[in-house]
Design a protein around this ligand. Sequence first.
Ligand SMILES: [Fe+2]
Length: 367
Amino acid sequence: MKTKTNSTLPRVFYIPIDRRRFFRSMAIASAGFTLRGYLAEALTISPTVTQGPYYPLANNIPLDKDNDLVQVNDSLTIAAGVVSYVTGRVLDGSGNPIRGALVELWHADREGDYLYSTSATRNPACDPNFAGFGQFLTGASGEFKFRTIKAGLYNGRTRHFHWGVTIPGQLSRITTQTGWNEVALDLNGNKWATQNSNDNVFSTVSDAAQRASMLPDFTAVPGTTTGEEQANWDYVVGQTPVEPTYPNNGGLVVAGAVVAGANGGTPRFKITVPAYKGYSYEVYGNPTLGRLSWSALPFSLTQTGAIDRNIFTATSDGALDLFVDQKAFKGFYYVSFRVPGANTGTPGSGAAGGGPAGAGGPPPGRG
Ligand SMILES: [Fe+2]
């Protein structure tokens, strides 16, 4: 899957901070927000709005679906646009953090083009250095984080992110959108025709507190010299998680065994878990990070075969071997499982469903 090498890529932007520093800095930045959900104030449930037509389909979900949308695999060239960080927590209606929630983010690139529409192939108009879609699996704190760019504008909508979350025990993804609490300006600095006040998603949320909760403030990252922005936003779901009870609350922390990789190349890491027929398995981890770092990793079912999937539904009971290229923090991986019938994280499959097309995305013909 890593067919591109760094030397073949144009070096338009060199990443100003490496991932390690990014995640460390975000952990510090988010620390100030950790008490928010415990305050006595009533929480505002994040309104469920259309998923829109641009959630990836089962046959085109990108293998690079980690929580860094600014960088495709380990390319040195990052996406064009204002680098933006979003941190927050998945909370239930009482403010309790939800563990094991699959948080998904997808949005248009700087020019307003999505990664996919209805095609299995990547939209050629979309910035090749923009991942376009990412996932994060929450730990006990419910926290998530993403690095991405400021979403671009397209006709009919103001600037927005699409969010999905699937919480343990629930069979489907719920979706919402967030925007920017500001006047939307196009790339030439002109006022965009569609603002929050007349956008066909934000303006139709009638509850003022709910609407306000969809429009977090983005502020400059302290010390940034490149205009990076950040926001903190909690996804407050109106559902109650039901933890799968077997084998271990929806996930297992498993050590990876080093094995030879394909063609005598770099080693792979073999992860073995007890599998149950019909359960769907995904691997999370991070090359350098500890806490708060469970982002999705693609894998192979064989030691030397192509890294070609990011989810597998077991067809029988027994030990399941999964092989990943990425070395995880201290060699440990988090293998999540979803019970039969749940939204497995594979887009477009059955229960996950799709929202009505149109309201959430560009008009036909616009990627
Ligand atoms: Fe959209």
